[in-house]
Write a protein that binds this ligand. Structure first.
Ligand code: MN3
Length: 199
């Protein structure tokens, strides 16, 4: 496959003050585009040229660091834009809400553990909710990694690289993570991925 930059599923100014137009212009139009272009150059002539994105991410992990970093970030960001929506946060679809309560004890604890994972990721990386053996768990990964290269199926991820929040929140990563959970998350998309992961 050839990587291509997906359009944002909303306009650059649609997330308001929670994630500004300027952040999305840099993050989507420049950072994500660089992963796409670098990934395509590295993919050319490699053994993964005709594989799916998920196969490239899993296959290059530990074998081709440069390709993995760019493919991993392409995978993460392609979902990241869809993990947000204007006026997000809010009501969680019933089946997902029940699964969160079953896995964490309460929705509040699930959100807390997700935010804690993102806050405590030292340096660049991602915070996650993923499905492991039918259960939802919170996790963190460095750089372009994701639960996809461990044993989980990612259902929600948040980018904690500084380029994701420094324009809007400066060094206040916990404030960014709180705003992400309360005002940006597209829980319908998370529920869709949860359902696919447990089918
Ligand atoms: Mn990023």
């Amino acid at each position: 496959m050839t990587f291509s930059l997906p359009d944002l599923p909303y306009s650059h100014d649609a997330l308001g003050t929670y994630m500004s137009k300027e952040t999305l212009e840099y993050h989507h139009d420049k950072h994500h585009l660089a992963y796409v272009n670098n990934g395509n150059n590295l993919l050319k002539g490699s053994e993964w040229e005709n594989k799916s994105l998920e196969e490239i991410v899993r296959g290059s992990y530990g074998k081709n660091a440069a390709l993995f970093n760019n493919a991993g970030q392409h995978y993460n960001h392609t979902h990241f834009w869809k993990w947000m929506k204007p006026n997000g946060g809010g009501k969680i679809p019933g089946a997902l809400e029940r699964a969160l309560v079953e896995s964490f004890g309460s929705v509040e604890k699930a959100k807390e553990d997700f935010i804690a994972a993102g806050t405590t990721q030292f340096g660049s990386g991602w915070g996650w909710l993923s499905v492991v053996d039918g259960k939802i768990v919170a996790a963190k990964t460095p750089n372009g990694e994701s639960p996809l290269v461990g044993k989980g199926t990612p259902i929600l991820g948040v980018d904690v690289w500084e380029h994701s929040y420094y324009i809007d929140y400066r060094n206040r990563r916990p404030d960014y993570l709180k705003a992400f959970v309360e005002h940006l998350v597209n829980w319908e998309y998370v529920a869709e991925l949860y359902q696919a992961a447990t089918r």
